[in-house]
Write a protein that binds this ligand. Structure first.
Ligand code: A2P
Length: 273
C-alpha cells in the first residue's frame, strides 16, 4: 500500500510515528519497526530522537532508497537562514545525505499557539523549496496548518505543499481542512491515528472492529487509509507494531458512514494534546 504525492514521489502507506518515543528508546523501537516491515519513519527535530532513528536506519542494512524518512523544522524557526541551519542539523542528527519529506512542524511556535507567523512561514518554506530544488529534500510540506496558513504560502511562492500532517482519527477528522487539502492535492498524513491510545476503549468502534475480526487499532488505522489519509501509528511494542501494519481489509460504506459520524467532543480538537 502506498500513496503518490503531487510531484510523483511514492510514499509507503503507513508510517512509523516516533512522537513521544524517548531518545533512549528510539534506536530499538525504530530498528524493531523496520524489522517488522515499516519502510516509512516519521520523526522531528523537536522529538529529540533523530540520532536513534538515524542509527537504526543505518544498522537495518536497508539501502537508503528503501526507506522513506520524514523530519520536521522546529515550530519556532521562522526565518530563511534558521530553516537552512536546522535542516542541516537534522541531516547530521540522522546521519543522512537527503530527507524524503521535510515539514514545517506548526504554523506558530508551540509556546505561542495562534500567533500570526505568516511572513516567517513564507521564509521557512522558501528555504525548503531551495533545498528541494537542490535535491536535498524529495518532497516538502507542512503540519498542523489550516487553509488560512497554507494559502499565503501558495500565493507568495507559487508552490503547493505536498503534504499536511494533522491530528486525525475517528471522531476528529477536521472535515473542512481535509476537503481543502484534497482539492489542492495535498496529502493528509494522520498523526495520533489512535488518539494516542484514547480510541481503544470506544464501544461503537469496538462493535465494528469485532465485525471485521480486527482490533480497534487496526480498524482505526484502516479508517485513515479509507479516508485517503496516511496513518502514522506509534508503538514501542514489537507485536503491536506488526499488528498496526496488518490492515489489508476494506471497511464497507455503511460502516464508514457510522465511523464518519462518531463524534468525541473530548478528543475533537485540532491539535496534539
Ligand atoms: P505502545 O507504544 O505501548 O504500543 P497514536 O499512534 O495515536 O499516537 O497512539 C499511540 C499509543 O497507542 C501508544 O500509547 C501505544 O502504546 C498505543 N498503541 C499503539 N498501537 C497499539 C495497539 N495495536 N494496541 C494497543 N495500543 C496501541
Amino acid at each position: 500500500m502506498q500513496f503518490k504525492l503531487s510531484n510523483g514521489v511514492i510514499i509507503p502507506g503507513i508510517g512509523f510515528g516516533t512522537w513521544q518515543i524517548p531518545a533512549d528508546q528510539s534506536y530499538e523501537a525504530t530498528l524493531n519497526a523496520i524489522k517488522n516491515g515499516y519502510r516509512h519513519i516519521d520523526t522531528a527535530y523537536a522529538y529529540e530522537n533523530e540520532e536513534g532513528v538515524g542509527k537504526a536506519i543505518k544498522d537495518s542494512g536497508l539501502k537508503r532508497e528503501e526507506i522513506f524518512v520524514t523530519t520536521k523544522l522546529p515550530s519556532h524557526i521562522k526565518t530563511y537562514d534558521g530553516t537552512i541551519d536546522h535542516f542541516y542539523q537534522s541531516l547530521k542528527n540522522l546521519d543522512l545525505d537527503y530527507i524524503d519529506l521535510y515539514l514545517i512542524h506548526a504554523p506558530w511556535p508551540w509556546s505561542n499557539v495562534g500567533q500570526d507567523c505568516t511572513q516567517g512561514n513564507i521564509e521557512a518554506f522558501r528555504a525548503m523549496i531551495d533545498l528541494y530544488n537542490k535535491g536535498l529534500i524529495k518532497s516538502i510540506g507542512v503540519s498542523n496548518f489550516r487553509p488560512e496558513n497554507i494559502e499565503p504560502l501558495i500565493k507568495a511562492l507559487n508552490f503547493v505543499p505536498h503534504v499536511n500532517q494533522i491530528r486525525f482519527f475517528i471522531g476528529n477528522t477536521q472535515e473542512d481542512l481535509v476537503k481543502y487539502c484534497n482539492e489542492k492535492n495535498i496529502l493528509i498524513e494522520a498523526y495520533s491515528p489512535l488518539a494516542t491510545g484514547k480510541l481503544l476503549e470506544n464501544q461503537d468502534i469496538k462493535r465494528i472492529a469485532i465485525k471485521y475480526g480486527v482490533t480497534i487499532s487496526q480498524l482505526a488505522i484502516r479508517y485513515c487509509v479509507e479516508r485517503g489519509a496516511l496513518p502514522l501509528p506509534k508503538s514501542t511494542n514489537s507485536e503491536r507494531q506488526k499488528a498496526n501494519l496488518d490492515v489489508d481489509f476494506k471497511i464497507a460504506k455503511e460502516d464508514m458512514d457510522v465511523l464518519n459520524n462518531i463524534h468525541n467532543p473530548e478528543l475533537d480538537r485540532p491539535l496534539r494534546s
